[in-house]
Each structure stands twice: as C-alpha cells, then as structure tokens.
Write a protein that binds this ligand. Structure first.
Ligand SMILES: O=C(O)[C@@H](O)C(=O)CO
Ligand SMILES: [Mg+2]
Length: 258
C-alpha cells in the first residue's frame, strides 16, 4: 500500500505550521511534505519530526519571490547566483530534516525559448550534482497552466525527455496525478511508462483539488496501480480539504498508520 505524506502547506491549516506536524501524526500519517520550510528554524522542524516519529518526504527549494508571483528560478536569466544560494539553504534544511528529495522549480518562462531551455538544463545539472554530494534526489514537476499560468515545465513528455537527456541518476520526476490528468489525461499509462524515473508522487481529485476520493480519477484503482507497479516512494496528499482536514480523512482510513 502507498505510504501517504500529509502536505502541511494545504492540509491541517487549522493549526499553526509547527503544530501541523502533531496534528498529522495524531491523524495517522507517518510522513509529511510541504512547499517551504524556510520561515522556521531547521532545528524546530527537526524536533517536530523526531517527536512525532514522522519522515520528511519532500519540500521545495526556495522559489524566488513567491508573493510577487515567482515560481522558481532555474530557467530565469540573471538569477543563477540567487538560485545557487537557494540550493545551499535547501541543503541546510535537508540535513536537519533527513529528507531524501527536494523539488526544484523552473520558474515562469517560455519553454519554446532556447536560451531558457539551456539555462534550465544547466541549472538542473548544477543542482543535481550539489544534491548528489549530500545523497539527495532532485525532483522536477510538470505543472498545469490553469493553476500556474506561464510555468516553464508544463509537459510530462518534455520532463521525461530532459531527465533522459541529462542522464543524472539523482534527477527524477515528481508525478502529480492532479497535474497529469489536467495536462494530458491517460494517467495510468503515463505512470506505467514513467515509473523508472518517478521520484515522488502527489494526488488530489480533479478538477477540485480536494480530497483524493472521486471526481475524474478512480483513486482505489490508481493506488492499486502504484502497488502493482512496485512503486515504493511516498504519495504526497497535496489537496485542499473541502472542509475541516480531519472531517475529510475518510478516504485515508484504510491507510492510517502506514
Ligand atoms: O503541484 C504543486 O503545485 C506543487 O507540488 C509545487 O511544488 C508547486 O506549487
Ligand atoms: Mg504537486
């Protein structure tokens, strides 16, 4: 059965960020993920993980100025120094939390722009080498244009081609079923084809991005498919609860404590 990681940027937001760790553990989660840890001291987060017996499944490297609309720096011109400083910051939190994979975002840029493409490849190469030295995977995630207009990495085939072309053993795909269904559909066949390069999975129902319990996707089938494929990584629960987080955990009952 999949090992689910509660996404603390979206779930348990009734609690303050640091209290979300306790709430997730009390609800039966054994792992957590979130977008960004950087407003909190690494030791504070490490303490919460340890006290609750939680595994840190994933977080994102600093994305630039998020509140100003930036969504990563890897493909952007003139931002390499800031990008690299962000990697150092992520590595600090990786060491404290024991996380084994970090999501590096591309940024808002035109994928048809050959210079942006070259910058993105060079930045990923650099970041993957820095991460490898600390035993970490670097994951990249195709994101749909409805949620993130103008985001550079907006296609699963392009991401897979890039991972293949760079040939870096620790560069992997973050396969968010929600984005895959919106961008392409045919989720099961893509999971099957891309399994060898998948480093992390995330889920939410489509189109609402609420609990993974229905709408366009058949989650019991997809969770079973991850098992049949032998996927051994985490499945991040990156959804906005319809109401209170705890009231929406019916879908999770069969997996509690795993
Ligand atoms: O799917 C998403 O949006 C996230 O996984 C992310 O990392 C960027 O928002
Ligand atoms: Mg995602």
């Amino acid at each position: 059965m999949p090992v689910f990681a509660a996404n603390l940027s979206m779930m348990f937001t009734e609690w303050s960020f640091l209290d979300r760790f306790d709430a997730a553990a009390d609800a039966g989660f054994r792992a957590v993920e979130y977008l960004f840890p950087y407003e909190h001291a690494p030791e504070a987060i490490a303490g919460k993980l340890a006290r609750n017996g939680l595994t840190q499944a994933l977080f994102n490297a600093p994305p630039g100025n998020w509140s100003a609309g930036e969504r990563g720096l890897a493909a952007l011109a003139g931002r390499f120094q800031e990008f690299d400083a962000g990697l150092s910051r992520a590595l600090l939190y990786a060491e404290a939390t024991g996380v084994k994979r970090v999501h590096v975002m591309a940024g808002i840029a035109d994928r048809a722009d050959a210079e942006a493409d070259a910058r993105y490849r060079a930045a990923l190469h650099h970041a993957a080498e820095r991460f490898a030295a600390q035993g970490l995977d670097l994951v990249i995630e195709p994101i749909n244009q409805r949620n993130m207009p103008g985001y550079f990495l907006n296609d699963f085939a392009y991401a897979a081609g890039l991972i293949g072309a760079l040939g870096l053993p620790n560069l992997k795909l973050q396969f968010d079923l929600y984005h895959c269904q919106i961008i392409h559909g045919d989720v099961t066949m893509r999971l099957r084809a891309l399994l060898p390069i998948i480093g992390h999975v995330q889920v939410a129902s489509v189109p609402s991005r609420n609990e993974p319990d229905g709408e366009e996707l058949n989650f019991p089938y997809l969770f079973g498919e991850l098992d049949r494929l032998g996927y051994e990584g985490f499945v991040g629960c990156e959804y906005n609860p319809r109401g209170k987080t705890l009231d929406g955990l019916g879908w999770f009952k069969p997996f509690e404590g795993r």
